[in-house]
Design a protein around this ligand. Structure first.
Ligand code: 13P
Ligand code: SF4
Length: 347
């Protein structure tokens, strides 16, 4: 059973200060890196980082990956403590999958606008309007929403998850409308109802911006995350022959890494949160990666600072807990999710 962690002494802790953009006061230098490794070893902690984290956090983590890959590690790890450098729903999912572990998020204020776009009450009402429908929820949802869900998915396996469900069953897909449209297009199903939620970062990567960048870079491949506002435009550009359809790839963050490894050279326009560029450049240094929108930065992901990570490991905070009844109701939907689809760590 998880237990509250006692604080550990650290010579750097006195420098940590709180501010409007999160915990700060610490440089990500060699002294910091050594202290993080020392504290993680003392706690028997595994550090997981999402691909949208700042480079210093990605580089110190034991594993960096997409939501699916990191959920799988959280479910399987032998470590006693999971430090989730990502946003709150990710740490919650880790706790649901590994209830006996202590799960820490370096700053519990790191939320998600997409997860906030549907509540458990709204989903309950929606279900009542469609009795018998199966609920497919994107992993970017709260534990309360997952507890009302039949199967969760991530962007990397959403199509496979929906294809695994009986064709005659109505589906309530939530909360991301752009991912929902992608799934509907790919599966060809017309019995999918889609919730009108969105991520403010990805919704802000617009169709006109993509069209302009594609025109400026006519030889480039396009890697588009299906949460993007420009996802439909990418399909349109390909359909009209404005961009060679072979060059348009709808990919989760983990799938982008796989694609970059296979591609090896050339220019790639990347439509997703800009933290992704760090892993992509490491995976394929010969490719010239360019952001479609270089302002597409998730301020929640960026709350996981070097100071926040140090504080979390030293003080044993912020601990993420999910009430046992909610976790028990949500677990099956996450277990179905991690059983479907590709690895998600760009291997
Ligand atoms: P993945 O592509 O890693 O599933 O995640 C996208 C995302 O927006 C996570 O916040
Ligand atoms: Fe949520 Fe969007 Fe940030 Fe991902 S990028 S954590 S979906 S707000």
């Amino acid at each position: 059973m998880a237990h509250k962690l006692s604080p550990l002494a650290s010579p750097l802790l006195h420098k940590v200060v709180d501010g409007p953009e999160g915990w700060s006061g610490i440089e990500a230098d060699d002294e910091w890196a050594a202290e993080i490794r020392r504290l993680a070893a003392e706690r028997n902690a595994v550090i997981l980082a999402h691909n949208y984290q700042i480079p210093e956090i990605q580089d110190i983590a034991d594993y960096t990956g997409d939501s699916l890959g990191l959920s799988r590690i959280a479910a399987e790890t032998d470590a006693e403590v999971i430090v989730f450098c990502g946003v709150h729903f990710m740490a919650e999912s880790a706790k649901i999958l590994s209830p006996e572990k202590t799960v820490l998020i370096p700053d519990e204020r790191a939320g998600c606008s997409l997860a906030d776009s549907i509540t458990a009450e709204q989903l309950t009402e929606w279900k009542a309007e469609h009795p018998g429908a199966l609920v497919v929820s994107y992993v970017n949802t709260t534990a309360d929403v997952k507890a009302l869900t039949d199967v969760c998915c991530t962007s990397s396996n959403a199509v496979d998850v929906v294809n695994s469900l009986p064709a005659d069953k109505e589906i309530l897909f939530n909360p991301d409308q752009f991912l929902g449209a992608h799934v509907k297009r790919e599966t060809g199903r017309d019995n999918i109802h889609i919730w009108a939620g969105e991520c403010h970062v990805h919704a802000g990567i617009s169709g006109p911006e993509l069209a302009r960048r594609a025109e400026e870079n006519p030889e480039a491949d396009l890697y588009i995350h299906p949460e993007c506002g420009c996802a439909n435009s990418a399909i349109y550009l390909a359909g009209e022959g404005i961009v060679d359809p072979e060059r348009v790839h709808m990919l989760s963050t983990g799938q982008m890494l796989d694609a970059a490894g296979r591609q090896g050279s050339g220019t790639v326009l990347v439509a997703t949160e800009i933290g992704m560029l760090h892993q992509l450049r490491k995976a394929a240094p010969e490719i010239d990666f360019r952001a479609v929108n270089d302002r597409a930065s998730c301020s929640y992901m960026k709350m996981i600072t070097p100071a926040a990570l140090l504080r979390a490991l030293a003080l044993g905070t912020d601990e993420v807990d999910v009430p046992a009844d909610t976790a028990d109701a949500a677990r099956a939907s996450l277990e179905r999710m991690i059983a479907i689809g590709q690895p998600g760590l760009g291997e």
